[in-house]
Ligand binder design. Structure first.
Ligand code: PLP
Length: 394
């Protein structure tokens, strides 16, 4: 049978629950514990072959895991209470020894940068942020002799695209584990496991849920790696809750549909902003001017996602704050991946925990704004942004 398209998979995967368990409270599967008619079945469940206690495994999280694994083309997946919990759990199961080299994107998601910096510091690991978009990134990575490498499919907020197959080849060569945070691309636009990664990680809070009403994280990998992650999760207690899993799976049903629309709208808005007189520069890989334009065509053939960023001509913090207050459609909120458009000021939000020097090195300027382009008509959005630009810089 030929491989089905993401639109079909998103609708039909994660539908069936094989269980003999009866929750002590009925559906939405909110029950934290199940009881069994036969002791043998409870015994079986405690061995991990059925649902029995919500911290170990739970029906709604399980269904979401099935659906994400199917979209990723993965053997299995594990769901967590947030994207950060997913990232930390992947790190924890590596059992890295003191002195081991951990490489993360120098221009990556701010909270991830801060988390890995702290964890490495506590464990005497060598924390080595690297600019994966640099032309010599693969050689630089090889020279570091890493044990664990985390890349991001598209970086935040400048949208550079690392050459994942090249990085995977280096990891293979030096025996490093390779994880990819593919939150910005979603499993519809990129499948890291097919490009050589060992783990594909998502904050489901973003595109996968897409409706701004549930936090979550999910990791896809081989069955063996997921079993180890779930064993860790059982002890750590960071499983995704039933209602968040339920909402996220409902959101996932329309992920392929939403992503194709977000891609179209982001491209249209990027092109319009490029010629706006008050915009100094637009960052979006669809634009031929973007440093990752060619590589995005190769690694994100179905689109670059719904995020873009742009620099406002001559704006300091006061003008940026004023601009955010003038918006009437797009909303200033420090997240992305929602059906509605969200605008964020990286220097004071996502990159807030980075030092000024770290921000400068990552190219995050004071006049930079990130837009997660929603499903509104892009012409309406452009009009909203234009009016706010004009009002703030008048
Ligand atoms: C949001 C985000 C995270 C963190 O996810 P949470 O669900 O907020 O914990 C990690 N990586 C990327 C790329 C993100 O956008």
């Amino acid at each position: 049978m030929s491989e089905r398209s993401p639109a079909t998979v998103a609708l039909h995967a994660g539908q069936t629950l094989k269980t003999r368990a009866q929750g002590v409270t009925p559906a939405l599967h909110l029950a934290s514990v199940s009881h069994f008619e036969h002791s043998a079945d409870l015994d079986d469940a405690l061995d991990g072959r059925d649902f029995v206690y919500g911290r170990i495994n739970a029906p709604n999280a399980h269904l979401l895991e099935q659906a994400v694994a199917a979209l990723e083309g993965a053997e299995a997946a594990a769901a967590f209470g947030s994207g950060m919990a997913a990232l930390r759990s992947v790190f924890e199961v590596q059992a890295l020894l003191p002195g081991a080299v951990v490489v993360t994107p120098a221009d990556g998601y701010g909270a991830t940068f801060a988390l890995f910096k702290r964890l490495c510091g506590e464990r005497q690991l060598r924390f080595c942020p690297l600019l994966f978009s640099a032309p010599d990134a693969a050689q630089a990575l090889r020279a570091l002799r890493p044990s664990f490498v985390l890349a991001e499919s598209l970086t935040n907020p400048l949208l550079t695209v690392p050459d994942l197959p090249a990085l995977a080849a280096v990891c293979e060569e030096v025996g490093a584990t390779f994880a990819v945070d593919a939150t910005f691309a979603s499993p519809v636009l990129q499948r890291p496991l097919s490009l050589g990664a060992h783990y594909a990680i998502h904050s489901t809070t973003k595109w996968i849920n897409g409706h701004g009403d549930a936090l979550g994280g999910v990791v896809s990998a081989s069955a063996g790696r997921i079993a180890a992650l779930k064993a860790f999760r059982t002890q750590d207690g960071a499983i995704l809750g039933p209602f968040d899993a339920y909402l996220t799976l409902r959101g996932l049903r329309t992920l392929p549909l939403r992503m194709s629309q977000h891609v179209k709208h982001a491209r249209a808005l990027a092109e319009r902003l490029t010629v706006h007189p008050l915009v100094a520069r637009v960052h979006h890989p669809f634009l031929p001017s973007h440093q990752s334009h060619a590589i995005a065509k190769r690694l994100l053939p179905h689109g670059e996602g719904g995020v873009l960023s742009f620099e406002v001509k001559g704006a300091g913090r006061a003008e940026i704050f004023s601009l955010l207050e003038q918006l009437t459609l797009a909303r200033p909120a420090p997240s992305l991946g929602d059906v509605t458009t969200l605008v964020m000021h990286p220097a004071t939000a996502s990159a807030r925990r980075m030092s000024e020097e770290e921000r400068a090195r990552a190219g995050i300027l004071e006049n930079l704004l990130r837009v997660s382009v929603g499903l509104e008509d892009p012409e309406d959005l452009f009009a909203d942004l234009s009016a706010a630009l004009k009002a703030a810089l008048a």
